[in-house]
Design a protein around this ligand. Structure first.
Ligand code: HCA
Ligand code: CU
Length: 389
């Protein structure tokens, strides 16, 4: 079964301007656990003592999910993570030729020695620790370097190798630049060496392809996929949790693996605490994701909402709805009137037509019409007009 690693608290906090207090982090972790993610990556304790505190608190909160820390390839960082009592440790170090030469000024052998030293240390300190090694910027690194570093890391004790598309470089269907190709090649090459690690993928959204690439990796047999709530992360962020879960279910994963009805509250909470609004047209979690508007659409969905919807909002614990405005027809007005308890007037075609006309005028202000708050007033105005005419 596919596993989900949520990195809202690590990668997500790398969104410029975002800060989650340890208390907020704990609530987010509790939500993620209720939803059923497998691993929660909390952060690097070396960045700040508050992050170390958050990791410790979440690690002792009795959650089902494995709780993880992110770490530079350094013994002191790893020790700090171990001191937080984590179940999972993610160590990253690039083996890209350019990075080794231009940034670290070391050769591949020295890099691999460092990776092996750090992973061996972590494994010795805590033998049941789940260790992930990420050759950062995997997909723009020579594949031979990746295979060599991954082989050494697994032999030193790593259980998971993550393919990081650090810059959103991969593209589905490309013959050798697709994450499908990387997952298949890495799996095959490691299996040829008698090594069977779990393969994780971390897809950035620089070209808007993070989700497509994650699904491409899933198709290639990846075992773990990284996500964040609202797709938060460096630059354009990573794969959005809700979008991935919906797509995995669509591709045949069992719906019961996840409690999607907690997504809405989690997204509202993260939006509030990150001070980043969820766009109304955001798939799955946006306010309009299951809202129907234009006349033909609303007329059809009053008979069967699947006529204009391929997803079932009920698995998210929500219902589809209608919006009112310039594009509306009589069906939407009737439906909205019934929704606010005015079935009596909804049958009166003349009044409905008047209300529709008024709604179209109001819509020119260019902001949504609030059915519960505004429709009663509109009805009132139109019925008075009707009486007076
Ligand atoms: C980072 C880079 C990273 C690391 C991923 C990982 C990436 O911000 O440190 O450690 O698995 O995109 O490569 O997020
Ligand atoms: Cu990243």
């Amino acid at each position: 079964m596919i596993k989900i690693l949520d990195s809202t608290l690590r990668e997500g906090e790398q969104t410029p301007g975002v800060y989650f207090s340890p208390k907020t982090k704990l609530v987010i972790a509790q939500f993620l656990d209720l939803i059923g993610v497998d691993i929660i990556e909390v952060g690097n304790p070396a960045v700040h003592s508050e992050i170390a505190l958050a990791i410790k608190q979440i690690a002792q909160a009795g959650l089902q999910a494995k709780i993880g820390a992110h770490s530079l390839c350094r013994i002191d960082n790893v020790q700090m993570a171990l001191d937080c009592n984590v179940d999972f440790l993610g160590v990253f170090f690039s083996v890209s030729q350019k990075r080794l030469q231009q940034d670290y000024n070391i050769c591949l052998e020295t890099a691999i020695d460092k990776i092996v030293e750090v992973i061996t240390y972590a494994k010795e300190q805590k033998p049941d620790l789940l260790i992930r090694y990420t050759p950062e910027d995997t997909v723009r690194s020579p594949i031979e370097n990746v295979i060599e570093a991954a082989t050494a890391a697994i032999k030193a004790g790593a259980n998971i190798i993550s393919i990081a598309d650090t810059t959103g470089y991969t593209t589905p269907f490309h013959p050798h630049r697709s994450i499908y190709f990387y997952v298949k090649t890495l799996k095959e090459e490691l299996e040829n060496r008698g090594l069977y690690p779990q393969i994780e993928v971390h897809c950035h959204n620089d070209k808007g392809l993070a989700l497509a690439n994650a699904l491409d990796a899933y198709r290639a047999g990846a075992n773990i996929i990284d996500v964040a709530v609202m797709g938060l992360g460096e630059r354009a962020g990573i794969v959005d949790l809700a979008e991935l879960l919906i797509n995995l279910i669509d591709m045949g994963e069992e719906e019961k693996n996840w409690q999607l009805n907690y997504l809405k509250d989690l997204y509202d909470f993260v939006s509030e605490h990150s001070h980043i609004l969820i766009p109304p047209h955001q798939p799955v979690t946006g306010k309009n994701a299951f809202t129907h508007y234009a006349g033909v659409h609303v007329k059809a969905v009053t008979k069967n909402d699947r006529l204009y919807q391929s997803l079932n909002p009920e698995i998210l614990g929500i219902k589809s709805s209608v919006a009112l405005g310039m594009q509306s027809g009589c069906s939407a007005v009737e439906l909205a009137m019934k929704q606010i308890g005015r079935e009596d007037l909804a049958k009166n075609k003349e009044i409905v037509a008047k209300i529709l006309q008024e709604i179209k005028e109001i819509s020119k202000r260019g902001t949504p019409i609030h059915i519960e708050k505004e429709l009663p007033e509109i009805i009132e105005r139109c019925t008075i007009k009707q009486l007076m005419s």
